[in-house]
Design a protein around this ligand. Structure first.
Ligand SMILES: [Zn+2]
Length: 284
């Protein structure tokens, strides 16, 4: 059994190094083998570190820009779906969004033709709004195994202490020939690097790259996300970085500077979001 502090939670190596302390007491570690970066699990277990997601600010932020962003949500999801499911009738396919916020992607999946859409959301205010589009539950294990053709997990794994166990539960509900969409902030992005260089008082800012304990506690990059796919016996079919949202979908209306900077950094694999897609069965 790997020790929560002395081993990497992703590859279990004990070749780990403490990088800094963020906020009042959160130690940040980086693995010398797989390069995964994380907030110390013992620190997160302290009562004062309990993370609340009720009426979560990130979800409220998504809600305020959604109306304006609808055409881009549709374009982005359509582009991703066409990479793997172009030969299937979407009317017969089921789509699950894990961490569905206010149902932005449930609306989008329905709009592009999915017959069934469903979500998982622990923020009860957001879940209530999302439930107008389909069934929304607070735990992925409430769905039967092998239910969904597409499972999307966007900006969720970076917030989960037992992210390997959580991803494993999500994969249980994916059909054997299903399609996984898995996106996370890129801890080695130019944005993260600049933030760490320009605002080095991590205890004061409470930020280290994209880490923001007690909420954002896992820092993936291109190398460590590939290690995650390997550990879960998943085959990656697409791995890239983007500046925000999916490869074509910003969450918020981007200005010109953000677009230019985003496209340039993405070209060099330094975009702020890791965009990945995969399948669970190597034979399909
Ligand atoms: Zn590791």
């Amino acid at each position: 059994m790997a020790n929560a502090t002395l081993n990497c939670p992703l590859c279990c190596s004990n070749n780990i190094l403490q990088r800094t302390t963020v906020g009042t007491f959160f130690k940040v570690w980086r693995c010398g083998e797989c390069t995964f970066t994380w907030v110390d699990r013992n620190d997160l277990a302290r009562p004062e570190a309990a993370a609340s997601y009720d009426n979560y600010g990130y979800n409220r932020h998504l809600r305020s820009s959604f109306e304006q962003m609808k055409p881009l949500y549709i374009k982005g999801l359509q582009q991703r779906i066409s990479r793997r499911l172009s030969d299937r009738s979407l009317q017969n396919c089921a789509f699950l969004d894990v961490g569905c916020a206010n149902g932005e992607y449930l609306w989008t999946a329905k709009s592009i033709g999915f017959g069934r859409v469903a979500g998982v959301e622990i923020d009860s205010s957001a879940a209530k709004l999302a439930s107008v589009y389909g069934e929304v539950v607070d735990d992925v294990e409430k769905f039967a195994p092998f239910t969904f053709d597409v499972v999307q997990i966007k900006n969720v794994l970076s917030n989960i202490p037992d992210f390997v166990g959580f991803l494993s539960s999500c994969l249980q509900v994916l059909k054997p020939d299903g399609f996984l969409l898995l996106d996370n902030p890129n801890q080695d992005s130019l944005t993260a690097l600049l933030r760490n260089t320009l605002a080095r008082d991590y205890q004061k800012t409470g930020l280290y790259g994209h880490l923001r304990p007690p909420h954002v506690i896992n820092g993936f990059n291109l190398a460590s996300i590939k290690e995650l796919y390997r550990r879960l016996h998943l085959t990656p079919t697409y791995i890239s970085t983007s500046y925000i949202g999916t490869s074509v979908v910003p969450y918020y209306p981007p200005n010109f500077t953000a677009k230019v900077l985003g496209l340039t950094t993405s070209f060099f694999g330094k975009g702020s979001l890791l965009i990945t897609e995969g399948k669970s069965n190597v034979n399909t």
